[in-house]
Design a protein around this ligand. Structure first.
Ligand code: MN
Length: 363
């Protein structure tokens, strides 16, 4: 029995598709023209952020993986809802060969083209959790930059370490620069004939990289090191706060952070009641402490190495340790959401039950 070949469709015509292999030109002009025709998007344009995230298209292997992904997603939806950000959750590969960590590049690129109204596309890995629901990105600080990533400049430029930055969370400006950058970056990916060679080059560049495949994170370090003059002046390496933070550094501190926040809010409440005129002064002094203190809420906690969906966690820690920490972190974040509705989790380890908050509980 023979089958007729399928009828060609729109998708088979390479002239009509926006695949990652085909560079896009004059995007800034096209976007400007689109904005001219849609002037209602102009006010607030420079602060308009769209969060993009995603996970695999099939069910998780870990029996509680899908439940965890749902909670991770809820956390992102809550943050976006509070701050008025749009969100896109992708569950398919936009390039069939760009799997795992490479999948984010075609996704971000597609989101950029589909949303000319968004100034920034914010990629956030599925396994990263917002742990300060009030904190807003300091976009003013990034106004002359096109790409923001969490990292440590000395580890990048001196140690040349593949973990000198984390590619699981980044901000990228909707621009031709970004499209050009992603073209070069994705040129090290599994969809190219040079994939294996790139694996070797990246291992030669970052000696601590222990696996042979070319990966997006080492690729980013490589571009900063080797094509510094081309890209680095538009890349902001954020190291002043947890743009994303390693969960192992954070999880043990959460209970103390909660206590401190309650303490400081109580003090602020007293000030407010006692001397109305001194409130601003006193409050900003407390706020300063909050900003300086090491008990400040980490903005984002990233479960690097835990693999919530597949369950194939890193050998450094047990599966139980990962799950317990995830529960604590997710409940810590959820408490900041539930507060507005008058409830709080009875403890960080208890995902199911809540207790009502007294009316004078600090906001
Ligand atoms: Mn991650």
């Amino acid at each position: 029995m023979t089958h007729d070949p399928p009828e060609p469709t729109f998708y088979d015509d390479p002239k009509l598709t926006y695949t990652i292999e085909k560079p896009i030109k004059t995007w800034d002009e096209k976007r400007r023209e689109w904005l001219r025709l849609h002037p209602s998007y102009l006010p607030g344009l420079e602060n308009r952020v769209m969060l993009v995230t995603g996970s695999q298209s099939t069910a998780c292997q870990n029996p509680i993986g899908d439940h965890l992904l749902l909670r991770y997603f809820k956390n992102k939806v809550d943050y976006c809802r509070i701050h008025g950000y749009d969100i896109f959750y992708n569950n398919v590969l936009f390039h069939p060969k760009m799997f795992t960590y490479w999948a984010k590049i075609p996704t971000v690129r597609a989101a950029m083209l589909a949303h000319p109204e968004a100034e920034w596309i914010w990629w956030v890995d599925a396994d990263a959790v917002f742990t300060d629901m009030d904190f807003k990105l300091p976009l003013q600080r990034y106004k002359n930059y096109n790409f923001v990533v969490h990292g440590w400049p000395d580890l990048i430029f001196e140690k040349k370490s593949w973990t000198s930055l984390n590619a699981g969370v980044f901000l990228i400006r909707n621009s031709q620069w970004a499209l050009d950058f992603m073209d070069v970056w994705s040129g090290m990916g599994p969809q190219t004939p040079n994939y294996e060679r790139w694996g070797e080059i990246l291992r030669e560049t970052c000696k601590d990289k222990f696996f042979p495949e070319s990966d997006d994170q080492t690729g980013l370090v490589y571009l900063l090191l080797k094509e510094k003059e081309k890209w680095a002046d538009k890349v902001y390496i954020e190291d002043k706060y947890y743009f994303e933070g390693y969960w192992m550094e954070i999880v043990e501190r959460l209970e103390n952070i909660t206590k401190k926040y309650i303490e400081i809010e109580r003090k602020a409440g007293e000030l407010r009641r006692r001397h109305a005129e001194k409130v601003r002064e006193g409050y900003s002094a407390l706020w300063e402490q909050y900003l300086e203190g090491e008990w400040r809420r980490p903005f984002m906690t990233h479960f690097t190495g835990c693999q919530p969906c597949s369950g194939t966690h890193n050998e450094l820690y047990s599966r139980q340790k990962c799950w317990d920490a995830m529960q604590k972190v997710l409940n810590f974040a959820d408490n900041q959401v539930l507060r507005s509705y008058g409830f709080v989790h009875s403890s960080l380890g208890d995902s199911s039950s809540v207790v009502p908050l007294p009316f004078d509980y600090p906001a």
